[in-house]
Every structure is written in C-alpha cells, then in structure tokens.
Design a protein around this ligand. Structure first.
Ligand code: PSV
Ligand code: MN
Length: 424
C-alpha cells in the first residue's frame, strides 16, 4: 500500500501554518540552522526485515493483523514508512528469514520503491529445518570443526545474497557462549571463533565491511564469546581494516556508559554503527527513546563530536539501523516513533554549542558543561525534524497521517487478520 502524493500534500497544507509558527523561533535562535536542517534531511535509518511483524516473548505472541507475508510485502511496508518520514530508505535482511529467491526482481522492486539494501545479517543462533549440524553448543566457536564449517559456509552464502542485492556489509551476531561455569574453555572458544571469522572475512568483497555485534547475555547466561565491546574490538582488530564493532543499545549490562564506549570506538576508527532500541532491564528491544531519551542524546552528542573530529559523513560513514521488537504496538507505528526519536536526538546533538563546551571543559567548569548539554537536550527540535522531512517530500506528522488514513485496517483487508511475518 503506497500513499498517493496528494494525500501527503493535503495533510501538509493543513498543518503548514502552525508548523511555520513553531519553526520561526528556532530559525532565529540558531545561526547554523540551515546546515542543521540539511544534515537531518540527509540522515537515513535502515529498517530490519524482522521488525515489521509483531514480536513476541517465549510466553506468547499477539498479532495485530495485516503483517507482511513475504519479503515483497516487507519492502512495501518500508516504502510506506519512507514515504511518510523520508528517513527510512533502507532495508536490512536477515538470512534465512528473508532469502531473496529472485534477487533481480527484488532489486528491481527496491529500485521502484527507492530503497537500498543495508547490512546483511547471518543467523547461526537457530537450527533450520534440514540443517546437518546443530548450533546448540555454538556455531563459530563450536568444538566440532564440521559445525564451524557449516556456520562459515552460511555466512559466506549471506555475503553472496548481499552481493546480488548491492549490500556492502555483513553483520555477525553470535549467540555462542556457555550457560554454566566450566562448560567452555574461554581461550579456545575465542581462538576458534577468530579462525572462523577469518575465513568469513577472507570472503568479503573489497568494498565490504564486517560488523561484529556483541551482547552481554542471552541466550547464553554464563558467558558470551562476543560479550562486550572489548571482545568485539579484539576480534575486529585481529581481523583487519574491514572489521568493525557494532553497538546494539540493548546489549550492555545495566548502567553501562554507552556514550563513552562510542567515543572510544570512534577514536579508534572501529565503530561500525548501531542497532537502535531502548530498554529498562536488558535486551528489551523497546521503541527507541521510550525509556531513556537523555542517554540517546548523549550518545548522539559523542557521535557528532567524534565524527566531526574525523571528518566523517554523518549519514553514510556508519551503519544506522533499528533493532527492536513490537509486542504490543503496531510495528509500523512503533518504527515511525523510533525513527523520529533518533532524528530528535541527532538534531539536539547538532545544536550543542561545541566551542563553549570545549572551553568549559578546558576550564573544568563542570556546571557550565552540564548547562550547555542540557540546553541542547531541552530544545524542542521537533519543528526542525518536521521541516527536514517536508523539504524531502515527507509528511509533517507521519504518525497522525498513518492513523488518519487507517493504514493498518487496509493492510488487514489485503493481507488478512492472521498473518505472520518471519522473524523471532
Ligand atoms: C540479537 O539479540 C540481535 O540484536 C541481533 O542483532 C540479531 O540479528 C537480532 O537481534 C535479531 O534476532
Ligand atoms: Mn542487534
């Protein structure tokens, strides 16, 4: 289901007057506001192919209906999001959940929708029907060489799918680890994982990157072989210049200082990018910015500062993706909220008075440092985000338009009440 352009135009003209009133003070207050708006307008966040259906827990799953039944419908959903917010123009595929059986048709469809293929994701955390060896005790770390080989071959197949579609990166998240003390020799597990990753790395095309995602716990509860950014960075450094550390916001132990992790990874030129989500307790996969928007702002503050220090392109030099699960919300509404939260935090970070902050830091003026950061954080930047969206041809208020047009009801009519999208 794709919106008629006129619907977006009607919606925008209805809200235009109020929008201009809200925007005006910001245009006056910030001298570099035009640059800020164009940076926001350029920013894109990829949508994972597994986040378009209802998520669940091990206790249950409650579908809201109208879920995409195949990859084509998932792309249709992302195109719809992108029509509304003009900031979701990329899809990240998980294999084997979304194997592109006819890659040239899928590529052509993406071109029609104006979508590009972001990082490819491999899956060696589940056993697939007909698979020869089980990943119960790990994949790339497994004590049995045959299991490791099977997982390596899978990752190389994922790279091949990605090449067909024009993707340029592979994200590897391993559930490998151990559930009980003594189960695993940590050093051997690390060495076996490294050897396996080296084989995968060797299969990367010249222009590709390998993202090594870490996670503190789950599904293994005693040790994770890539359990934190230190372990991931160790792998990335040993692998070579095409390997980077991927930060998923939900993959840290409580109270971890993620913004500091980000600053140092950027300093080392080893930050791959992000899986955005929010959490209260662990890997909760909640809507971005729903629990701790200040932390998100602080992360973006480090990102902007660190990327500027390395003259990086904010929009294209790192991988930006959402990795959330929607248990009780409409997935499309949830994704609109997440993208909006990301753009808000990014905009606030762009408004930090960097010179004054540097000066306050050099003078150890702690109070001033906090005032400066919070002045940016407490600015209502929503009109700037809306203005960037308008300039890109999107909707003034994507969520409102989505609801006014009863998009979900229409999707249910076409796809049915009881559809299930692939994913966890
Ligand atoms: C694992 O928790 C993770 O964050 C990885 O990125 C997976 O690819 C994704 O979630 C989906 O299970
Ligand atoms: Mn993730």
């Amino acid at each position: 289901m794709i919106f008629e352009k006129s619907k977006i135009e009607q919606h925008n003209s209805k809200g235009e007057k109020l929008h201009s009133l809200k925007l005006a003070p910001l245009l006056n207050e910030f001298p570099d506001v035009e640059e800020v708006i164009s940076l926001i307008a350029a920013f894109q966040v990829a949508i994972p192919s597994w986040a378009l259906g209802t998520g669940g827990t091990r206790f249950g799953r409650f579908s809201g209906g109208g879920e995409p039944r195949n990859l084509e419908e998932k792309m249709e959903d992302i195109a719809l999001l992108n029509q509304l917010n003009r900031a979701s123009g990329a899809i990240s595929l998980h294999i084997p959940w979304d194997i592109p059986t006819n890659p040239s048709a899928i590529k052509a469809l993406a071109a029609d929708y104006g979508l590009r293929f972001d990082a490819m994701n491999s899956n060696t955390f589940q056993d697939q029907p007909g698979q020869e060896y089980s990943y119960k005790f790990g994949s790339l770390q497994h004590v049995d060489k045959a299991v490791r080989k099977q997982a390596i071959i899978h990752n190389i197949e994922v790279i091949k799918h990605g090449i067909d579609l024009g993707s340029e990166s592979l994200s590897v998240w391993l559930s490998d680890g151990s559930c009980f003390p003594g189960q695993l020799n940590f050093r051997n597990a690390f060495e076996r994982t490294l050897e396996s990753l080296q084989e995968i790395y060797a299969a990367l095309p010249e222009n590709w990157k390998l993202f090594v995602e870490y996670k503190a716990f789950e599904p293994n509860f005693y040790s994770m072989t890539v359990g934190d950014w230190g372990q991931s960075l160790l792998f990335a450094n040993k692998l070579g210049p095409k390997a980077f550390t991927l930060v998923d916001l939900g993959h840290h132990l409580p109270n971890a200082n993620i913004e500091q992790i980000v600053a140092l990874l950027l300093m080392e030129g080893k930050l791959a990018g992000f899986h955005f989500n929010d959490s209260k307790y662990g890997d909760d996969d909640l809507t971005v910015g729903s629990i701790n928007p200040y932390q998100l702002f602080l992360i973006f503050n480090e990102l902007v500062e660190g990327m500027n220090a390395r003259s990086m392109n904010h929009a294209t030099d790192l991988g930006w993706m959402i990795d959330a699960s929607h248990n009780v919300k409409d997935p499309l509404e949830d994704l609109l909220q997440s993208v909006e939260a990301i753009l808000i935090a990014y905009s606030q970070a762009l408004l930090v008075d960097v010179k004054a902050l540097k000066n306050a830091q050099e003078n150890s003026d702690v109070v001033k440092c906090q005032e400066l950061l919070q002045a940016a954080y407490r600015t209502d930047v929503r009109p700037l985000v809306a203005e960037a969206r308008l300039r890109n041809g999107g909707a003034l208020e994507p969520l409102r338009l989505f609801r006014e047009q009863s998009v979900r009801a229409d999707l249910i009519k076409v796809r049915g009440e009881k559809t299930t999208a692939t994913g966890l």
